[in-house]
Every structure is written in structure tokens, then in C-alpha cells.
Design a protein around this ligand. Structure first.
Ligand SMILES: [Zn+2]
Length: 308
């Protein structure tokens, strides 16, 4: 019975993903100028950042494969200059699906673990009810330039910096900062859809996500424009509220664990009730309790890929 309910939950998640896939033909790409030379493109999947200038285009993330030609057309609507590089913030399909298409035009850059996870595939999720099949990707989709800690792309008069933070949303996350334009793309270490998806199967952790955000926020200009992995353009106060929620919910679940409570008890007691406005269609309160519980009790399967 337990197995059956786990299976039906998985099918529910899978069918949600398939439903999205069916709708790709209807997706339109919306282009917004954020600041300086940086644009944001929204379609389906993660937000795309683009530095557009005299040297060409540096793209951050490329959504799903079926949208690649529409994304290309949207970029051509901004400039006739070529794409020079694509940077992946992490390995998930809704941020890397266009890799094989765009790598015919320009090299893909990503942190070492992004390439490893794209190459090997695996199961993304919270080691419970949230699961996604991450298929092993062909060579054409793998970043041909990888880095360990950080890399800088000097184009369009900008020192575009990709900075890796270990074990947050995944174990290959990068935050991309455009200092001249004063814009930062946070990848999925910051999202606005409510409780975040933390990919424990992909080496993520709540403590890593908190640590990444607490490290990066004081380094950024106070008025920096924040492109979240998903959702509308935000500011650092939005990020700070998100960090506070992560800290408080982590503590609430940790307290229950230390009192010897089970996952089911924590759900029945609705321990995240004070933060229920963060409960979303993707990650509900129960799914986030489960994420924090599995993370903090070390249900991890040792899949975290270490780097030097
Ligand atoms: Zn993601």
C-alpha cells in the first residue's frame, strides 16, 4: 500500500511534467530588458539571462530543448550578433534542455558537476514524493568548458562572473553576476514560487542553499537586480526574506527531529503552518517537510559529487 501511494505520487509528478511538454508549441518567449546590457527571456522552465552587446550574446540557461529555436528567434529580435557562450546555472532539464542546439553555435560553460550529472543521468528529487528522471544526455549537450570554483567571461565590456556554491539547489550550482549592468542571475538557489525544490538526489541541501545565499548577498550591490531561477525580477530584500524562511523552517523541522518525531508526525502536526503562504503547487508544505526531514536526517545516498 505504501509502495502504491509512492508510485501514484510519482506518476502525478511525471504526468505534470508531460503535460508541460505537450504545451511547448504554445509557449511564447517574452523578452524584458533588465538593466544595462542584460535581458531576461521567459518561456517555460528557468529564466534565461542574456548579456547583449558589441561582442555578441552571453546566454545564461536555455530552458527546454523544444523551445531552442524560439529562444534563438527571440535573441535575434534583440541583436543580429552571434551567441558567444552559454552558461548553465545547474544541470536540470528546464535550464539545460537547449544545450545541444546552442552548442552548435557557441560553447557551453558550467561547473564540473553539471557536466557529470548531464552525462550520467540519475533521479532528481527530495528522496520522497518529488522525483524526476534526469536522463543521461548525449555528448552534444554536455558543457565543453567546465570549471571548479569560478570563471569569468570578459565580453560586452563586462566581467561576467560565474561563482560556484556547493550543495545548494544541486551540487553544481552557479550564481552569475553581471557587475557593469548590476544584475545577478541566481539560478535555482533563489526562486519565487514558494518553498524551493532542493534536489537531494542531485547533491543539494538546505544548509548549502542558506550558506550560498548568505555568502553572496553581502557581496552584491544593495540595488542589484535579481533574476531568480523561476519568477519575476526581484531584489535583495526578496532574497533576504527567502533566507529567513529557509532558516526558520529548517529549525522547525530540526526541532521536531531532535524530539524524536517521525516524518508523518511532523506532517500531521503541520509544523510549517506559520509559513503556509510559501506552500505552492510544486512544493507543498508536506513536500517541503519531507525535503527538510530527509535532508537533516541524512537520508542521502552519498550521491554528492565532490570537487577539488
Ligand atoms: Zn533546478
Amino acid at each position: 500500500m505504501r509502495k502504491l501511494s509512492a508510485l501514484s505520487l510519482f506518476l502525478l509528478v511525471a504526468s505534470f511534467a508531460f503535460a508541460q511538454h505537450d504545451d511547448f508549441s504554445k509557449v511564447q518567449i517574452k523578452v524584458t530588458k533588465i538593466s544595462g546590457s542584460v535581458y531576461m527571456l521567459e518561456g517555460a522552465g528557468g529564466n534565461i539571462g542574456a548579456s547583449v552587446g558589441e561582442d555578441g550574446i552571453v546566454v545564461v540557461d536555455d530552458q527546454y530543448a523544444p523551445l531552442a529555436e524560439k529562444i534563438e528567434a527571440a535573441l535575434k529580435g534583440i541583436t543580429d550578433k552571434p551567441v558567444r557562450f552559454v552558461i548553465n546555472t545547474h544541470y536540470h532539464e528546464d535550464h539545460t534542455g537547449g544545450n545541444a542546439f546552442f552548442q552548435q553555435q557557441a560553447p557551453i560553460i558550467a561547473q564540473d558537476n553539471v557536466r557529470k550529472r548531464l552525462e550520467n543521468g540519475g533521479t532528481a528529487g527530495n528522496l520522497g514524493s518529488v522525483q524526476f528522471d534526469a536522463k543521461a544526455q548525449p555528448k552534444a549537450a554536455l558543457p565543453i568548458i567546465t570549471f571548479d570554483h569560478d570563471v569569468t567571461v570578459h565580453l560586452n565590456g563586462e566581467d561576467i562572473r560565474a561563482l560556484h556554491f556547493p550543495s545548494g539547489h544541486t551540487d553544481g550550482d552557479s550564481v552569475i553576476f553581471f557587475p557593469k549592468s548590476n544584475v545577478v542571475h541566481m539560478g535555482d538557489d533563489f526562486v519565487t514560487y514558494g518553498f524551493p525544490f532542493i534536489d537531494l538526489g542531485g547533491g543539494g541541501s538546505v544548509d548549502g542553499m542558506i550558506s550560498a545565499l548568505e555568502t553572496i548577498v553581502p557581496k552584491l550591490p544593495a540595488d542589484v537586480k535579481v533574476i531568480p531561477g523561476h519568477g519575476p525580477v526581484s531584489n535583495l530584500d526578496d532574497v533576504r526574506r527567502f533566507i529567513t524562511m529557509l532558516r526558520e523552517t529548517r529549525e522547525a523541522v530540526d526541532k521536531g527531529i531532535k524530539q524524536g518525531k517521525t516524518l508523518d508526525q511532523l506532517k500531521q502536526e503541520k509544523v510549517l503552518e506559520p509559513w503556509k503562504k510559501w506552500s505552492g503547487d510544486f512544493i507543498s508544505s508536506d513536500a517541503f517537510i519531507e525535503t527538510l526531514f530527509n535532508d537533516l536526517t541524512g537520508k542521502k545516498t552519498g550521491e554528492f559529487i565532490k570537487h577539488n
